[in-house]
Design a protein around this ligand. Structure first.
Ligand code: SF4
Length: 431
């Protein structure tokens, strides 16, 4: 039985208890959210996880880190290093987006090493195998695509991005829309090409029940992909994007009816003033299914700093109700990230997620900041390092310019906190 089916039966599973303990909430809250579809717990029956992750209403906002090879760089050791960087900096999940080298071997190595849930985009492997075998993605058969999905599910992949909403009708709407940047999703592009060339409906939509059967057997959480997400501010919230979301809303209902856990992916590039509307639209059309946003990036011109553009968008989206943030790294739009980029991306998204948790009243979020402020007031440097999101970086920056006193080198002898403490006395307590 899937976690959704167990929850509906009134059972509180070990996975639900573990999520509840991690979040500091009642197990019943997790069970109820699962039963209603507002929470997912990606946990393939074939993947032994060290840490279960609940995503959705009433829980801490979660962060995903994308890793994976490309056709230019396909070293498995580097990917494992990225995985370690993501876990060390407390990403909640990782996605293996490998498109280069031995994709199956790389995924299996990552799965084996990952203590946190792993996601994939199976169309990458299916499309690339079609190129290797038949010379073109458009030669991929529906059977081969579903065989790859089943293979990955059997191996233990916990959640999968599946672009079921790239339908003939949505593609026609995209054509009539006349976008600035047509399609920026790799999976969306693969499927669009396949649908147009073969003049057939998207198999992930046409044979959705087949997908649901596989997902149910292994308790794979579906992450309904936004293959037509905007790739520029100019295309945000347009008719093609919204049509795809309408379809995804219907598919959410069908997943629930089949006992399958499901969440929905969202944009992309979105101006600040449209982010809240995008979240509300998803929540309404998809009946509260968890929303997994890719950024969103609030400007198109931040290349080199897109992790910051993504964190700004992520914070606003999360405050508005988005549940899960896909990180963006400094190399977005420019190249494949390395382990340092992974660290920067995870931390940027965790800042966004935590900033939202504070104002959403997530348990412990406010107190964390209080503890940090107390450590600052007391010039407790060990406490400050321990409490910050990236302790190693904080320690390094603090020690670069040493001072003789107990302040930092920013103001040295004229440390405001120290001066005022000499008049008003130090604050009680240690963080
Ligand atoms: S020296 Fe300045 S920056 Fe450093 S702790 Fe004191 S007040 Fe803060």
């Amino acid at each position: 039985m899937t976690q959704l089916e167990l929850a509906r039966k009134g059972t509180i599973s070990e996975e639900m208890k573990s999520v509840a303990a991690e979040e500091g909430v009642a197990p019943e809250l997790v069970r109820q959210g699962l039963a209603e579809g507002t929470i997912v717990v990606p946990a393939n029956v074939n993947h032994r996880l060290g840490r279960y992750c609940g995503i959705g209403k009433g829980l801490r906002v979660k962060v995903n880190a994308n890793i994976g090879t490309s056709s230019d760089f396909s070293d498995v050791e580097t990917e494992l290093e990225k995985l370690r960087a993501a876990i060390e900096h407390k990403a909640d999940t990782v996605m293996d987006l490998s498109t280069g080298g031995d994709i199956t071997a790389i995924r299996c190595a990552i799965l084996e090493a990952s203590s946190i849930p792993l996601g994939t985009v199976p169309i990458y492997q299916a499309g690339i195998e079609a190129i290797e075998r038949e010379g073109a993605i458009v030669k991929m058969t529906a059977d081969k695509l579903f065989a790859v999905i089943e293979q990955q599910a059997r191996e233990g992949v916990d959640f999968m991005t599946l672009h079921c909403g790239v339908t003939q009708s949505a593609i026609e709407r995209l054509r009539r829309q006349g976008r600035l940047t047509n399609v920026v999703s790799r999976g969306g592009a693969f499927l669009l090409g396949w649908v147009l060339h073969n003049e057939q409906e998207n198999p992930l939509y046409e044979e959705y029940d087949r997908l649901l059967e596989i997902a149910r057997e292994f308790d794979v959480t579906l992450s309904l992909g936004d293959g037509l997400r905007p790739g520029s501010l100019a295309d945000a919230t347009d008719r093609a994007q919204v049509e795809e979301l309408l379809t995804l809303g219907e598919l959410v209902q069908r997943a629930w009816d089949a006992g399958v856990q499901v969440m929905v992916e969202g944009p992309g590039h979105v101006p600040l003033d449209q982010i809240e509307a995008n979240v509300q639209l998803e929540k309404r059309l998809c009946k509260g299914a968890p929303f997994y946003v890719l950024g969103p990036l609030v400007t198109d011109v931040a290349a080199g700093y897109d992790h910051i553009a993504g964190a700004i968008g992520g914070a606003i989206a999360a405050v508005a109700g988005a549940d899960f943030l896909c990180y963006v790294t400094p190399t977005e739009h420019l190249g494949l990230p390395d382990p340092d980029d992974v660290r920067e991306g995870v931390i940027a998204s965790r800042i966004a997620a935590h900033a939202a948790d504070i104002v959403k009243g997530v348990k412990g979020a406010w107190d964390w900041d209080r503890q940090m402020s107390l450590a600052r007031e007391n010039l407790d440097w060990e406490g400050q390092v321990r409490l910050c999101l990236d302790p190693a970086k904080a320690r390094k920056l603090h020690s670069i310019h040493a001072t003789s006193g107990d302040a930092c080198s920013m103001c040295g002898d004229y440390c405001a906190l120290k001066l005022v403490a000499s008049f008003l006395g130090a604050k009680e307590g240690k963080p």
